[in-house]
Design a protein around this ligand. Structure first.
Ligand SMILES: Nc1ncnc2c1ncn2[C@@H]1O[C@H](COP(=O)(O)OP(=O)(O)OP(=O)(O)O)[C@@H](O)[C@H]1O
Ligand SMILES: [Mg+2]
Length: 326
């Protein structure tokens, strides 16, 4: 990639980040990670307590890109057909007609995914992996780009069906917005609400990037970013360590390595680099891997935090110093 292209790519990413920050109050790095995942065409799961801006953040990103966007509010009675669609019989024409569900879009926001029953969740997760849906035996490809932003409350909340581990694995990153970090942020949220004079400020948002340009950025991430062999080895060592850790029953799948590869290339592009550094991997490792670990029963009971395990692994695995930039 030429210098100019890199510079333009960074500028486009900065514009998206700036627009999100004009609504969402919080950590810029969190926003950058969210954008990195979507530039790498990855799905993101937000898990947090109620009212912490998850939906706001997901909607702001979705409305900032000039793509098709749809939203599914999950409830215990939601059926797979409510998401993927169905075929209905038209007696007038004597044929079946396809009624496309919200999944036929570019960005699918699945709000409170753990409130829908397992059968419906698996319909969503099928599309996430295959990027296609099968309705009454016929298969339809999803449009590109296609990614899912899902939100959920922690599983202890009543009336939820926890996502099975195998399905959580399909999210490139699992992020958490967290509580406002300071009194200043707390006040800023209230002050912005006064300014907006409405609850949903995303309604008036204008896209800051076209779908074509966004796709071009995704292509640049896929084709234009170099990753040296020693950095690949670093990823592999981190992922392998999750399988050897004494508190871990099942470590990260190779999908975890691929998530790290893809998201780190996007992060590099956002910083105007055409190569991945070990620091990119460090920045993303916890969010890309922690949700893939299954702890030993006794450690689940002791409420050991998977994120801490990844942090410890990052301390222990040697960081490569000499890596090529091309
Ligand atoms: N960090 C934040 N920055 C700006 N507004 C915020 C932030 N956190 C919460 N809000 C405001 O609080 C309200 C609730 O936010 P939102 O609906 O996004 O929460 P949520 O995390 O999706 O909650 P739930 O889990 O109940 O769906 C919204 O009006 C939103 O604008
Ligand atoms: Mg919400």
């Amino acid at each position: 990639m030429t210098e100019m292209n890199l510079e333009k790519a960074r500028a486009a990413c900065d514009t998206i980040v700036r627009q999100i920050r004009s609504l969402y109050v919080g950590d810029e790095l969190l926003i950058r990670k969210l954008l990195a995942a979507t530039l790498a065409n990855g799905h993101v799961l937000f898990e947090d307590n109620p009212g912490l801006g998850k939906t706001l953040l997901a909607k702001t990103l979705a409305f900032s890109i000039d793509c098709k966007f749809s939203r599914v509010q999950c409830t215990p009675d939601l059926l797979p057909a409510d998401i993927i669609g169905t075929k209905i019989w038209r007696p007038k024409d004597g044929s079946f007609q396809l009624l496309r569900g919200p999944v036929f879009t570019n960005i699918l926001l699945v709000d409170e995914i753990n409130r829908s029953p397992p059968k419906t969740q698996s319909a969503v997760l099928e599309v996430m992996e295959e990027r296609q849906v099968t309705i009454e035996g016929e298969t339809y490809r999803c449009e590109a780009p296609f990614f899912v932003l899902a939100t959920q409350n922690p599983i202890e909340y009543e009336g939820t069906y926890p996502l099975p581990e195998a399905q959580i694995d399909r999210f490139m990153l699992k992020l958490s917005t967290g509580y406002p970090r300071s009194l200043g942020e707390e006040r800023l949220i209230v002050k912005r609400r006064i300014e907006w004079k409405k609850d949903d400020p995303t309604r008036d948002l204008k896209p800051v990037i076209s779908a074509d340009k966004f796709s071009a950025l995704q292509t640049a991430v896929e084709n234009g970013i170099y990753i040296d062999d020693v950095v690949i080895k670093y990823i592999s060592e981190i992922v392998r360590s999750t399988r050897e850790h004494p508190q871990v029953e099942v470590g990260s799948s190779p999908r975890g390595s691929l998530a790290l590869l893809k998201a780190s290339r996007a992060l590099a592009l956002m910083e105007e680099r055409d190569f991945v550094t070990p620091d990119d991997i460090k920045t993303l490792a916890v969010d890309a891997l922690a949700h893939r670990l299954i702890l030993k029963v006794e450690d689940v009971m002791r409420q050991v935090d998977e994120r801490k395990i990844i942090e410890k692994i990052l301390e222990d695995v040697e960081v490569p110093k000499d890596y090529r930039q091309r």
